[in-house]
Design a protein around this ligand. Sequence first.
Ligand code: BEZ
Length: 264
Amino acid sequence: MNGRASQTDSARAEASARQNWDAGRYARDARFVSDLGIPVMELLGPVSGLRILDLGCGDGALTERLAARGADVVAVDASESQVSAAAARGLDARVGDARRLEFENEFDAVFSNAALHWISPPEAVVEGVARALGPGGRFVGEFGGEGNVETVRRALISALNARGHDGAAADPWFFPSAARYRAMLRAGGFAVESIGLVPRPTPIPGDLGDWIETLAGSFLAVAPETRRDAVISDVRDAVRDSLQRPDGGWTVDYVRLRFAARLA
Ligand code: BEZ
């Protein structure tokens, strides 16, 4: 159960809502997220002429690539800052909640990269995606799977617990096993074409502290601002032996869950 048996969907959703997305900061510290999303885009196959929903589009870096390949893309994200950045690329980008999608029978495919682990309950997402697709439509994506960034996640929880906070309750992430997500897709009416975990240790640009501030802000948010640097410092110390490279940089233990499914 990956240490999160007690974290309910609603607690995860609350924790996720504490995450602050700043498109400028994201572009600086997390550009690698979209750069590494190319393999999942390839899983979509040829997209020219297809109408595609990019769910959790972030700043639209991958949406732009889909559009450049001839797809007619609508991009949705919950963050106004990210949607503004995506719209500035000339994309049809809209603020929206992936748990309450209002599209019906509109798309040939729904694509999602590095977003679904932020959104609970996941069943609501699968349901909305199924509704948004036309008959035989595909749902293709990748997000954090079981064991994703586990070393950092554990260290964050421990550092918060040690300072009197409930670290597990601050955890916003849904990182399922392939079996669990396969079952969810099937329950949502999909035939699963492929699904599996892909371990992908990932060198990050810059310091681990920047990664934590940009991508794990939900954890930091439960500590007073004056203590956040100390939490980051505790985490850095705890994971140094496992994640710091001899050159001083950091490689985080990412594990992707990559899947392709078709509406049955
Ligand atoms: C991910 O893409 O797997 C990820 C991003 C931010 C925080 C945790 C995981």
